[in-house]
Ligand binder design. Structure first.
Ligand code: ATR
Length: 276
């Protein structure tokens, strides 16, 4: 019998996850299929009960349900608990276990795609929303030297730094971070500034950017934001959001199947689809 996997979200129709996972199932000859499940916010509990009752083998969870699913699970791993959001559920013989592969996926994509070692690196994270949380707590488990946070609403950056309880972090306003830009080896945009349809917005000014800095943007729509293009034009090494998308999926696939998929193959499928 075919195992069923899927995505719980609202809306889900533009998701690239079925493309990645179904290709990987086929590649390994695993009899399984990944489906999209559009779940209204008031029916999250019923959806999780459905996963249990129908024996669905595993699901991803996306906006707006990443926090809401937690009370319905049997277990939530430590990292997902800390950030308060689950994006991957494994059905372990009826026990539903929640994980979050977004932050770990981001860090793995950064290390592998950009060929950087985070040990001793000074990192600036821009943004303090849901996207930033997972990445921040994953970065805290590396040996980076500094992991500072800048946000439009400075108080939110302050709160995240307080939660991190890690002496390697400070928080800044965007204006302050702009002035300090040359202090960082890696600059990461986790805000929605520049994402379709507001493609002209920029998270912060790159005037003081040093050539050779790694500039990473978790946005993949557009494929390269104006900000990322400008960073590259100023001599930075740039990374777009495709890597995070692919690696969070690859880590979920590994949790479900025990197999590490061909990430380059996944990435190519995603890129072809995005360029269409
Ligand atoms: P997500 O879950 O995608 O991170 P979010 O929780 O709404 O979404 O957070 C969006 C992030 O983008 C926030 O850090 C937000 O800054 P505020 O906390 O000040 O709202 C940031 N953001 C959105 N638009 C921005 C813009 N035009 N310039 C700078 N930051 C922006």
């Amino acid at each position: 019998m075919e195992n069923v996997y899927g995505l719980l979200g609202f809306p889900v129709k533009h998701s690239l996850s079925p493309l990645m996972h179904n290709d990987a199932f086929a590649y390994f000859g695993i009899p399984a299929r990944y489906h999209l499940f559009s779940v209204k916010p008031e029916q999250v509990g019923e959806a999780i009960a459905g996963v249990r009752a129908l024996g669905i083998a595993g699901v991803n969870v996306t906006i707006p349900h990443k926090m809401a699913v937690i009370p319905f699970l049997d277990e939530v791993d430590e990292h997902a608990q800390r950030i308060g959001a689950v994006n991957t559920i494994v059905n372990d013989n009826g026990r539903l276990v929640g994980y979050n592969t977004d932050g770990p996926g981001y860090v793995k994509a950064l290390e592998e795609e950009m060929d950087v070692h985070l040990d001793g690196k000074r990192i600036l994270l821009i943004g303090a929303g849901g996207g930033a949380r997972g990445i921040y707590f994953s970065l805290l488990s590396t040996a980076a030297e500094r992991i500072d946070i800048a946000n439009r609403t400075t108080e939110k950056a302050a709160r995240l730094v307080r939660e991190g309880e890690d002496g390697r972090s400070a928080f800044f306003s965007l204006a302050e971070a702009e002035k300090r830009l040359a202090e960082y080896d890696i600059i990461i945009n986790t805000t929605s500034a520049g994402m379709h349809p507001l493609v002209n917005e920029q998270p912060l000014s790159l005037e003081r950017l040093q050539p050779g800095t790694v500039v990473s943007d978790i946005i993949y729509n557009p494929f390269e934001t104006k900000w990322l293009k400008e960073a590259k034009a100023r001599g930075a090494r740039g990374q777009n959001g495709v890597g995070m998308l692919v690696y969070q999926g690859a880590l979920a696939f590994e949790k479900w199947t025990g197999q590490w998929p061909d990430v380059n193959r996944m990435k190519q499928l995603v890129i072809d689809q995005l360029r269409r």
